[in-house]
Design a binder for this molecule. Sequence first.
Ligand code: PLP
Length: 356
Amino acid sequence: MTLVPRPGILEIAPYVGGESKVEGRATAIRLAANENPLGPSPKAVEAYRALSGDLNRYPDGGALALRRALAERYGLNFERLVCGAGSDELIALLVRAYAGPGDEVLYSRHGFLMYGISARSAGATPVTVPERSLTADVEALLGAVTERTRLLFLANPNNPTGSYLPYETLRGLAERLPSRVLLVIDAAYAEYVEASDYDDGLSLVERFPNVVVLRTFSKIHGLAALRLGWAYGPEAVIDVLNRVRGPFNVSAAALAAGVAAIGDAHHVERSRAHNARIHAWFVRQLERLNLRAEPSVGNFVLVRFGDAQGAADFLKSQGVLVRPVGAYGLPEHLRITLGTDEEMQAVVDALERYRQ
Ligand code: PLP
């Protein structure tokens, strides 16, 4: 007798994370996972260390201190906040709670892979919708809503394209989406965006009963290792998440570091400013090499190579790890996280050798 998982599970192509090691090299330049090259706030590291004497204690299952800190920082109602082990966990919990066999989970063609993986693991059907110029197409998304649609995921900005929808467009989507469909705005890269017409969507949560916003500590806060994300949503949705999550789904280390990270606005600003500067510099260098970066507002750029795998292999041979994005329907592109000045100079040097 063979053990058979529920329908849909074996259709999941397992998520392959960004590579972190190059064989034969002690260190690699890691630009494959959109991590903060400056690391976390020193205050977060201190808070993490300070916890080592209490490892026998369970974490605060209600994440009260962190929810309070988030509520204060963003002007939110802390009762409508829930924390998760990365936003990945919250994505999975939302799908599991609201969709099952026969239901559809909608997202755009080059949207974040975990939406489809979570849909399949809940037995639901992922439905992807074509984009326009590598950007989510609101008309097409709304046109794809059926009576079976339960959730619509929108990463804003999106990974791996780096594109975003301006606030007015996002609001239009929330207004026109039937209220029986949950709109999940995944704003993992919100802190990096400088465009004045961008909004993380938190204000839409106050206006619509079916809008949830997800945020993460893995990107600008540099705490990917600790797995920490949060959701802000209507009372009913937060109530549902609190019913389905594990009682101690976020570790004490993540909670402590998270509170310290939220309190360190200076580190966030330093990370944002570094990203903006190195982004502009790197795009100019790419142009010089006749390479094109798609417009991006995140901490990464999507670059068209044609033979993307060949370019990724070459870069790897030079000790530089970037992300092929064939699994996102972009077989000709590579996604390159914006690293430190030295790392980006090394990428440019390697690309120069590649173009020769
Ligand atoms: N959402 C988007 C758009 C992402 O790019 C990522 C990570 O790459 C995540 C969510 C997951 O982040 P976390 O580390 O919080 O699970």
